[in-house]
Ligand binder design. Structure first.
Ligand code: FAD
Length: 431
């Protein structure tokens, strides 16, 4: 009997999706598993949180991507166990469990936020890792603004209109800039009598922002952020958080109901299921072929995987790394099936960019050409439109951006549901 090799891919993010795409029209059976039924375009999550885009603009149903490929099937469920000896995995869907066998396994479950040992901050924090996080933050920000308009008491207003963003990486910068614009340029105009001026404070532990960029671009980013109105505090740590304030390392107390945590990530906890020695950030060490060290026929790619370049630096947790490793893992599995030698990972690094609100951005093209301001912003705009998945999404995003940027408006400002109270919501004031 002719056995078609079965490849199971866990995670339909950037790595998993590109691995599955590489396996199109190949003589293998592919099972792609994700706990969500959609792929998320993470670079624009913060725009959902700040009312510029609708969740469906930055998400794409996985089934529709592979509907013409009979041999690629999708299963929505959370992988809860990997038995690498028996070559099976356990998948859970709302308590219902099933087991799937594999010949080759690709692990691509990404990352999860870390609080660097300060896990007591978590209940008071808003994260920005998933679309659910973004909608939760959006509801919270809009509700705060409405609540602030209710009260004339300035002391009560302060924590309502002060937002603290922790983390000077690209997500922190983009989020801080976008919240500032939402509050001060969009909502403010609609509450003219309430005079709700907002403070957005960006906290970074290091002496600079966006650590992976050269010094001149780090400085350009800080200046652009400050020229927008965001307060930037470098060399500063958050040491305590409560419902209505944040305490900094220099004992400053900032009255606020909103702490956005964009300070760090670690590998998805699924890494532990392989029972290999993980790195400090919980990543799985892989060979340059993307195969997991010490585990046969299991490949790990993207944020969950750890591989160093020739200079001993770890490949960063970035989309192009995940995509290129995804393609390589799939290619190496096909090579093994054909009895050929596997290839090693060679990163095609085209650089990085970050936007800081309207007309402000920095870009480090091919890690050689620095761009700042308007030109970097247009480059950012163009790249994100081109790389979005799905024509409908591209069109929607383009229309929304044209509307937002030309009219200084934000199209998606609907408070959809009353959230379950979190510790940092306005519960105490409601009582
Ligand atoms: C807010 C934000 C902004 C970012 N901006 C940029 C940017 O501008 N440029 C850039 O290069 N990178 C950016 N990144 C980083 C980029 O998103 C990651 O490097 C990339 O997504 C990694 O791809 P991946 O395939 O490893 O994981 P992901 O794309 O995160 O995919 C992981 C998938 O696994 C699924 N999953 C997790 N656990 C399980 C489980 N147990 N069972 C089943 N499924 C599971 C998840 O639902 C998810 O779909 C950003 C990240 C975030 C959070």
């Amino acid at each position: 009997m002719n056995h078609r090799p079965k490849i199971v891919i866990i995670g339909a993010g950037f790595g998993g999706l590109f691995a599955a795409r590489k396996l199109k029209n190949q003589p293998v059976d592919v099972l792609l598993i994700d706990k969500r039924n959609f792929h998320t375009f993470t670079p624009l999550i913060y725009q959902v949180a700040t009312c510029a885009l609708d969740p469906s603009d930055v998400a794409h149903p996985v089934r529709s991507i592979f509907r013409k490929q009979q041999h690629i099937t999708f299963l929505m469920g959370e992988v809860t166990n990997i038995d690498y000896d028996a070559r099976t995995i356990e998948v859970d869907n709302e308590g219902e469990r099933r087991h799937e066998s594999y010949d080759y396994l690709i692990v691509a479950t990404g990352n999860t936020p870390t609080y660097f040992g300060n896990d007591d901050f978590r209940p008071f924090s808003f994260e920005l890792n998933t679309l659910d996080d973004a909608v939760r933050l959006r509801n919270h920000l809009l509700k705060l603004f409405e609540r602030a308009a209710w009260t004339a008491d300035l002391e009560k207003r302060k924590p309502l209109t002060t937002i603290v963003v922790v983390g000077g990486g690209s997500t922190g910068l983009e989020t801080a800039g976008a919240i500032y614009e939402l509050y001060n340029h969009v909502l403010q105009r609609e509450f003219p009598r309430a005079k709700l001026r907002t403070r957005v404070i960006l906290i970074e532990m290091l002496p600079h922002l966006i650590a992976s960029y050269p010094e001149n671009l780090r400085e350009a980013a800080r200046k652009q952020l400050e020229s927008l109105g965001v307060e930037v505090r470098l060399n500063t740590k958050v040491v305590d958080v409560a419902t209505d304030h944040v305490v900094l390392g220099d004992d400053t107390i900032i009255p606020t109901h909103t702490l956005v945590w964009a300070a760090g990530v670690q590998a998805s906890t699924l890494a532990k299921m392989l029972h290999v020695d993980l790195t400090k950030a919980g990543r799985i060490p892989i060979h340059p072929t993307t195969e997991v060290k010490g585990r046969q026929n299991i490949f790990a790619i993207g944020d969950i995987a750890y591989l160093e370049d020739q200079n001993g630096n770890a490949y960063p947790m970035l989309i192009p790394v995940a995509q290129q490793q995804g393609e390589l893992a799939a290619e190496n599995i096909l090579r093994r099936i054909r009895g050929e030698a596997p290839a090693d990972f060679e990163y095609d690094d085209r650089g990085t960019m970050v936007t800081i609100g309207r007309y402000r951005a920095v870009a480090w093209i091919y890690n050689r050409v620095p761009l700042t301001g308007l030109i970097a912003w247009f480059a950012w705009l163009g790249l994100h439109i081109v790389t979005l998945i799905g024509f409908r999404n591209r069109l929607n995003v383009l229309l929304n951006w044209a509307w937002d940027y030309l009219l200084y408006d934000r199209s998606v400002r609907i408070i959809l549901e009353r959230e379950k109270p979190r510790q940092q919501t306005l519960q105490s004031q409601d009582e």
